[in-house]
Design a protein around this ligand. Structure first.
Ligand SMILES: C[S@@+](CC[C@H](N)C(=O)[O-])C[C@H]1O[C@@H](n2cnc3c(N)ncnc32)[C@H](O)[C@@H]1O
Length: 306
């Protein structure tokens, strides 16, 4: 069933760019995409299972005005969304993180509002709907404290109460809360996209040693850490090693495979393509460490690209 916009929601100009954070099974995204085929909607979701299910739904329903990013809202805002481009952001039933020691995981905090202010168009807004009164109050306080948003609390529009979680909480007789955060000013930090590097790598000469043991190693760099967890030999005896590496840096967590393998030009040490890694400062730091470690095993660097 499609529901028209509630009276509390204002109509938008033509072809606005819309963001939905945490779309879950995507039924709300599908609903607005059908109602407003002229909208350009970006859906961002961290759960891979939800992304897969929602994509099936969008395909089944033939929706062409939705783009999906599998990752966090903070990363998407900074790296995928142009400054002052968003008309509206929907956040329906965000994870409430009710325990005080977990509050730092909440999405709607001052630093998120600051970043958001640079990506919203003038007068752009974020619409929050939740069943969690305490988080609702927390988000309002954070939005106001940023000094960048006017906050109003009209009743939730009816069509916000048809998401998977809304239906679940309705059955339990829970109350719903709504807030509209309208941009009134912009943070002075431009929140430029994270710098990206060409794939860092090096060519080494010498014989790749048999690695009998490899100790988990933590490499710290400005803005994050890389943990080289283990080294694994390829099945091919002429092949090399993969180094499973876990990277945590600003806005981004990724697991990558570094590799050290013979090539026509020498021993190639760099990042493998597996998992479509993003080449960041953390990847560079991890490759740099691995090259140094191999130098310590008697290999010589012929060429460095990082
Ligand atoms: C409680 S569910 C609500 C799902 C859906 N909006 C609904 O109402 O049915 C919260 C969703 O937000 C996603 N999520 C949590 N943190 C996120 C983040 N930082 N960026 C994007 N999605 C996030 C979770 O994976 C989850 O699917």
């Amino acid at each position: 069933m499609l529901i028209r916009l509630g009276e509390t929601e204002l109509p938008l100009p033509e072809a606005p760019q819309i963001l939905e954070v945490g779309f879950g099974d995507g039924r709300f995204t599908a609903q607005i995409a059908q109602l407003y085929p002229e909208w350009k909607i970006l859906g961002v979701e961290v759960s891979a299972g939800s992304v897969a299910r929602a994509l099936k739904r969008f395909r089944r329903e033939g929706l062409t005005n939705i783009r999906v990013y599998h990752g966090t809202a903070g990363f998407a805002l900074r790296n995928l969304v142009a400054p002052r481009s968003l008309r509206r952001v929907y956040v329906n039933f965000p994870d409430p993180w009710p325990k005080s020691k977990h509050q730092e995981n909440r999405l709607l905090q001052q630093h998120f509002f600051r970043r958001l202010s640079t990506r919203l168009a003038e007068g752009g807004e974020l619409l929050l709907t939740t069943d969690h009164e305490e988080y609702w109050r927390f988000a309002q306080a954070e939005g106001r404290a940023s000094g960048l948003f006017d906050v109003q609390t009209p009743p939730p529009p009816a069509h916000h109460l048809t998401t998977k979680y809304a239906l679940k909480w309705k059955e339990q007789g829970r109350q719903f809360y709504h807030a509209v955060f309208r941009k009134i000013a912009e943070d002075s930090t431009p929140w430029l996209p994270l710098p990206r590097y060409p794939m860092p790598h090096a060519l080494l000469s010498g014989t790749l040693p048999e690695i009998k043991s490899f100790e988990k190693t933590v490499v710290r760099f400005e803005g994050g850490t890389a943990v080289l967890l283990e080294a694994t030999r390829t099945l091919d005896p002429q092949g090399g090693y993969y180094f499973h590496t876990h990277l945590e840096e600003e806005d981004l967590i990724q697991d990558v495979l570094l590799e050290a393998r013979p090539s026509a030009h020498g021993l190639y040490v760099g990042i493998g393509r597996f998992g479509a890694p993003l080449s960041t400062v953390g990847v560079k730091a991890a490759v740099e460490w691995l090259v140094g470690w191999l130098e310590g095993q008697g290999l010589q660097v012929m060429q460095r690209s990082y």
